[in-house]
Design a protein around this ligand. Sequence first.
Ligand code: PLP
Length: 447
Amino acid sequence: MASSEPPPGPGTAPHGADRYSFLPGNVPLAVERTEGNHIVTADGRRILDAGGGAVVTNIGHGRREVAEAAAASLAGRDYVLPPWLTPERAALTDRVLDRWLPEGLSRATFVSGGSESTDSALRLARAHHVAAGRSSKWKVIGRWPSYHGMTLATLAAGGHRNRRRGYEPTLLPFAHVAWDDPAAVEAMILAEGPEQVAAFIAEPVIGAAGGALVAPDGYFGEVADICRRHDVLLIVDEVMCGFGRCGTRFAIEQWGVTPDVLVAGKGLSGGYAALGGVYATEAVVAPIAEADLPFMFFTYGAQSSACAAADVVLRILEDEDLVARAAKMGDLLVERLSSELADHDHVAAVRGRGLMVGIELVAGRDPHRWYPAGARFTERVVAEALARDVWVYPAGGGDPIADALLLGPPFTITEAEIDQLATVVRASVDAAAQAVARDGSDPGPTG
Ligand code: PLP
């Protein structure tokens, strides 16, 4: 094949589509292009991207100015060592520090995704304590449920049973507490030994593991006090909920707390480039610099073209007032879903903040009863929605949330698309419940 020809897509390939999936047997959806709030498939279907891919897309797809900025950057500077400075890195750092981050977070470094950012935050916490002379501190406390990424350290800190499944022996023995109880955080620090606990990590709004579970009012204020008392760093994971997704620049602002370390990825570049970020207070990083401890970079961290793309994405969010729009359209989405699904037998809750909205799926509401894992209820609902040309993101898969949907559409979603989404979600839940009833994979409350 001439090198200028595009590679054959799964829709047109001479090979079976299974060739394009790492695990045999999966047939990937063949996508031809993305535009506005839609994904267009190789066979011409226009799918409403109500999951924003993996809750990433915020300014909508296909904004030329982002592609042009990335292309111009790539033409001028392809690869530059991450610790060195390029105009794109300087511009993005300035924008993030000056216009986005909560007061007090004055240090930023960019990596190439969410897992790299949370993994770096865990490493940063350890380095901070070692540098400050507290080298017995290494443990991390996480929550059930939570998700912080797929590296072994972040998987260990995370509380997503399904994603941890099979890897347990390789995971550091980090402790976890219930997601909604600040007193449990202190009890666990004391049980683990405050002299050994380096950090507590939490998502303000729990994404894939929780289906947009929102931490209780006052939760982060109490947790911040507890962490401070025991010299434990508070790491807030906003890989999914940050950069406007929850209707404020960062979700943690809604609790009036500044963490020691904040990580945020997805929305930073809105899906246009592989980028994540780690942000910290001066007090966290200063001892590391003083002690001259290593803090190694990743080869593809802060790629200049990715920084250029992210800078334009953030500028668009600012210029078009899209964070305020996420708050407004999020309220509308919850209202429409609540009226569509009120008293639905298989929906226990509709919740979230801004355009990060979860729908808790159950076998029965009263009494609350999950479908057995074998019914694969979430998976079925997602497939039913996709068959109706709407992409919604699967969530749950552990304790205490077994089945849920996560909606994270672009902030540009329209009112008509919200109506379409609510109608399709209802029809998809109904169809999945009927299919489970037909094939008997739910033996019922007494089964
Ligand atoms: N942290 C949270 C809260 C996430 O939602 C995710 C991904 O969904 C990650 C970390 C990992 O990010 P990535 O998939 O970019 O590695």
